[in-house]
Ligand binder design. Structure first.
Ligand code: AGP
Length: 609
């Protein structure tokens, strides 16, 4: 999604902004631009396509200044052209703005600005209106002008503004879109996300909804909507700079796949006490509280939603509370049964996904207790929840989520075990067995990753297929959905996941000679049923690749190709079985020559509805 970077200080604003925008590239964009303020003029460069196009256009020596704002745009209103790229400049040429979010009343604003102020719009974006509004109200006090302009906006925004006759200040405002400021030695910074500033500073202020900031070389002033100054503790960002590098790997995605054993181990280790009992930092539910919940909703999008599907199995099984899993974009519009007897679990890697955030707010409004599983520390979802459990996957850069997913699974199992233990709904032996098995998962993940060559060879044989089906039963359905999503987002192959038992109710009509199926058969409980489903598709000449436990070699009798995961209890196979699917997708996309880390049309964090 869109990224914002701003700088005012002694260094080259161009260098700082380009470095910051490059660090945010992983979030997805399709055009970019910079505005600098120098000698009473605004210098603007914008380009569509990759950031390197902008870098080329900003090489000139005279394109230099000590204050500026930059932006990477992920198109919402209008195609990714140079005209639609930010920064947008007011008609009088005095004001430049960058904007992240969506202005919902932009049509009315455009009409009003055109009719009453003779503004001729240069782009078709919702954001350009902000530049004209600020300029209309600008009488020498930029903060005042931004405050008045934002009163007219409805929707979501993080905005950075500079004025040509004010070379000392960047003014910024936030409403429902992430924004931070960075505290530096040679100046101060503005950004939508902390990775943008890692090279320069780790000390930041997180800007909250409804707040305004004036950033100068020596000072950062945060104010509420009445202009009252807010004193805030700075936050130290504990991100490893190496996490933003590929560390010898050709892509972030493969690096992140390989990191899973270690990340899963960390996510587990910090939540088990010396007796290997689950303790969830800062989260305490009493037996009475847990018994008071008559239902749990899990709300999330994409991969996080798939983790939620598996969480449902674990919570229902261990904590004996009915769980409904909902796609966040649907949840808030369907009048869900949330009240003070509902626990709502929101899952989000970025913690900034607009659909999830809005679902959270809706659930909160209705009295639900919100527990979130989030990767990005201090993100909006984390801040607005009653309880937060961080997944500690570290910075995930590839758009296709891998390590965030497996650590989400670990957290869900731990939450389910914790709830079961406090409620007394899981017997001690079962509780122990699951924890003992969880502790073996990191090593087993290593084993799966070591089988990469076999998976790559399979990919080499099938990468030209234009359609791939994923099937499974029980938790394998959720893993199938995740495998299918991974494949389509990075290889652009049309893929489809379905419960194996559901095939015969319609989808089986699509099978022809050679149709490729990835059949997950990791569940002992339904293994024989799964074999029957595989026989059904084999009878229709499909090509079937199976994924099953090591000890299930008998599957070779029905499968064309087999992949194995180490033996483990049925409940936990999703953490292992997803990894061959991640590797399969990765190698298919690589063989097809696709942009693995930044697939077309996608963004890492989806901050629009
Ligand atoms: C996964 O590979 C995706 N790119 C996407 O589905 C993602 O999981 C989804 O947008 C949710 O993001 P979040 O976890 O940051 O909320």
């Amino acid at each position: 999604m869109c990224g914002i970077v701003g700088y005012v200080g002694d260094d080259s604003a161009k260098e700082v902004i380009l470095t910051g925008l490059q660090a945010l590239e992983y979030r997805g964009y399709d055009s970019a631009g910079i505005a600098l303020s120098k000698n009473g003029k605004l210098l603007i460069r914008k380009e569509s396509g990759e950031l390197k196009n902008l870098v080329k256009r900003t090489q000139a020596k005279d394109f230099e200044a000590h204050i500026g704002i930059g932006h990477t745009r992920w198109a919402t209103h209008g195609s990714p052209t140079r005209e639609n790229a930010h920064p947008h400049v007011s008609q009088d040429g005095r004001i430049a703005i960058v904007h992240n979010g969506i202005i919902e009343n932009y049509q009315e604003l455009r009409q009003w600005l055109t009719k009453e102020h003779n503004i001729e719009f240069k782009s078709v974006t919702d954001s350009e209106a902000i530049a004209h509004l600020v300029s209309i109200y600008y009488k020498g006090d930029l903060l005042e002008a931004v405050m008045t302009a934002t009163e007219k906006l409805s929707g979501a925004y993080a905005i950075g503004v500079i004025a040509c006759d004010n070379p000392d200040e960047i003014v910024a405002a936030r409403m429902d879109a992430p924004l931070i400021t960075g505290i530096g030695e040679n100046g101060n910074y503005l950004a939508s996300d902390s990775p943008a500033l890692l090279k320069y500073t780790r000390d930041i202020y997180v800007i909250e909804n409804g707040e305004y900031v004036v950033i100068t070389k020596d000072n950062i002033r945060i104010m509420d909507k009445d202009g009252t100054r807010i004193r805030r503790q700075s936050t130290h960002v504990d991100l490893d700079a190496a996490a933003a590098e590929k560390g010898g790997h050709p892509h972030f995605m493969i690096k992140e796949i390989y990191e899973q054993p270690e990340k899963v181990k960390e996510a587990l280790k910090i939540r088990l006490d010396k007796h290997n009992n689950v303790k969830l930092e800062g989260i305490h539910f009493t037996k009475a509280q847990l018994e008071g919940f008559d239902r749990v909703y899990i709300v999330a999008c994409g991969t996080a939603y798939h983790a939620g599907l598996i969480g449902k199995y674990a919570i229902e099984k261990y904590a004996k509370i009915p769980v409904e899993v909902d796609v966040a974009s649907e949840f808030r519009y369907r009048d869900p049964f949330v009240d003070d007897k509902t626990l709502v679990i929101c899952i989000s890697q970025s913690g900034e996904t607009s659909d999830t955030l809005e679902a959270l707010r809706e659930a909160k409004k209705r009295g639900g207790r919100i527990l979130s599983l989030v990767n990005v520390v201090g993100s909006s979802v984390a801040r607005e929840s009653d309880d937060v459990l961080y997944t500690w996957a570290g910075l995930e850069i590839a758009v296709a989520s891998t390590k965030a997913y497996t650590t989400q699974l670990i957290c869900l199992y731990l939450v389910a075990l914790y709830m079961g233990k406090v409620k007394g709904s899981i017997d001690t032996e079962h509780y122990r067995t699951v924890i003992d098995e969880l502790l073996l998962i990191p090593e087993k993940l290593e084993t799966v990753i070591r089988s990469e060559r076999r998976i790559r060879e399979l990919a080499e044989d099938v990468y030209k297929k234009e359609q791939i089906f994923f099937i499974g039963r029980g938790v394998d359905v959720a893993t199938s959905l995740e495998g299918s999503l991974k494949l389509k987002e990075i290889s652009y192959i049309n893929s489809f996941a379905i419960a194996a038992g559901e095939l015969k109710h319609g989808t089986i009509a699509l099978i022809r000679r050679g149709t490729l199926f990835l059949a997950l058969a990791t569940q002992d409980k339904v293994y024989e049923k799964m074999i029957s489903n595989i026989e059904e598709i084999k009878a229709r000449k499909a090509f079937v690749v199976t994924i099953s436990k090591d000890s299930r070699k008998s599957i070779e009798k029905v499968a064309d190709r087999t992949l194995y995961i180490p033996d483990c209890i049925d409940d936990l196979t999703p953490i292992l079985a997803v990894v061959p699917l991640q590797l399969f997708s990765y190698h298919i996309a690589k063989l097809r020559g696709k942009e693995i880390d930044k697939p077309r049309n996608l963004a890492k964090s989806v901050t629009v509805e």
